[in-house]
Design a protein around this ligand. Sequence first.
Ligand code: ATP
Length: 337
Amino acid sequence: MTEDPVLVVDKLTKTFGARTAYSDVTFSVGRGEVFGFLGPNGAGKTTTVRSLGTLITPTSGRATVAGIPLEADNAVEIRKRIAIMTEAPGLYGRLSVTENLQYFVGLYHLSDGARRIKDALEAVNLSDRAKDTCNSLSKGLRQRVGLARTLLNDPEILFLDEPTSGLDPVAARGVHDLISGLRDRGVTIFFTTHRLAEAESLCDRVAILNTTLRTIGKPSELREQLFHKSLVVTTAAPLSDPGRVFTGLPGVESWDSEGSDAGRSTPGRSDAAGSDSGGTAPGSYRLAVGDPAVAAPEVVRALVHAGADVLSVGESRHSLEDVYLSLVNEDVEATQR
Ligand code: ATP
C-alpha cells in the first residue's frame, strides 16, 4: 500500500458481455505521484481510466478515488475532485478557446469562472490564443486547451489518456513540462501512454497492464527485477579463448559473446587465451555479474593478463522499453488484439 494513497483500486474487474476489458486489478497511487499506466492495444487502460473516472461502472471489485468510495451515488462528489482528459480533447471547434472554457465552467457549476479560466490558460501557456477558435489551432495547441479544461476545477487527481498521442516531439515536450509543473503543485497524475521513454522520464512509478496487472513499481526497480546486472566488454580483437579469461572470475556468474561467433574458443588453440591478433573486428562479450563494481576490476585485470587490448568495460543499462517488451512479447494474447 502506498503512503497517503489518493487512489486505491482493489480487485477491480470490467467485462462487456463475454469480453473482459480488465480483470482483478489491484494497486494504489500516492498523493502527488505521477503514475504511468502502460500496456498494449486493448489491454484495458482506457476502460480502467473510464471506470475510475465514474464514466462506466466496474463489474466487480472496489476502489476509492480521492478518498471517496467508487459507487454510483458518489459519482458527482468524485467528479468534483478529479478531471479526465480522454484521447480527443472534446472541444467545440467553432467556439473560441475562452468560450470553450466558459462552457465547461458552466457545465461543472464552478464559481469564479473568469479567474479559473485565466489561471488555466496561464498554466498551459495559451493566454495569447484565448480568442482563437479551436478549429484554427494545431493538434498540439488543442491538446493544451484540453489540459486547460481539466485544470478548471483544480483537481486532486488528473487522469490523462494518452496525452501525447499524435503530437510532435516539441509539442509532446510541452505536455511533459505541464505534467511536471502540475506534479510540483501537488496534483496526482495518472496517465496512460505507449511512449515508454516518456513514462520512464516522467513517472514515479509505472504499472504494466495486459487485462491483468503484470507488474508495478519504479522503472529502476522493474529493470532490476527482470534483468541480471551485466557488464559489456569490448576488446580490439575477439578473444581466442574467452572461457579461459572469464570463467571462474570473482563476481562473474556467466558470460556470452555478443553478435557472431567471435570469441568462441577455437579447437586446437587451447594455449592462446588472449586476443586473436589476426582479426580486425572487435570482440564483444556480455557478462552476468552480481555487483559490477566488484567484477569490473577483476575482468580488466584478467583481460590485461591475457594480453587483450581492452576498448571498453561498462555496465549494460536496460530501458523501461526492455522491461515492457520482455513482459508483453511473451504474452500471445497481446499480439492478437
Ligand atoms: P489502446 O491502447 O488501444 O487504447 P486500451 O488498453 O485502452 O487500448 P481498452 O480501450 O480499455 O484498451 O479496451 C480493452 C478491451 O475492452 C478491448 O478488448 C476492447 O475491445 C474492449 N472494450 C472497450 N470498451 C468496450 C465497449 N464499450 N464494449 C465492448 N467492449 C469494449
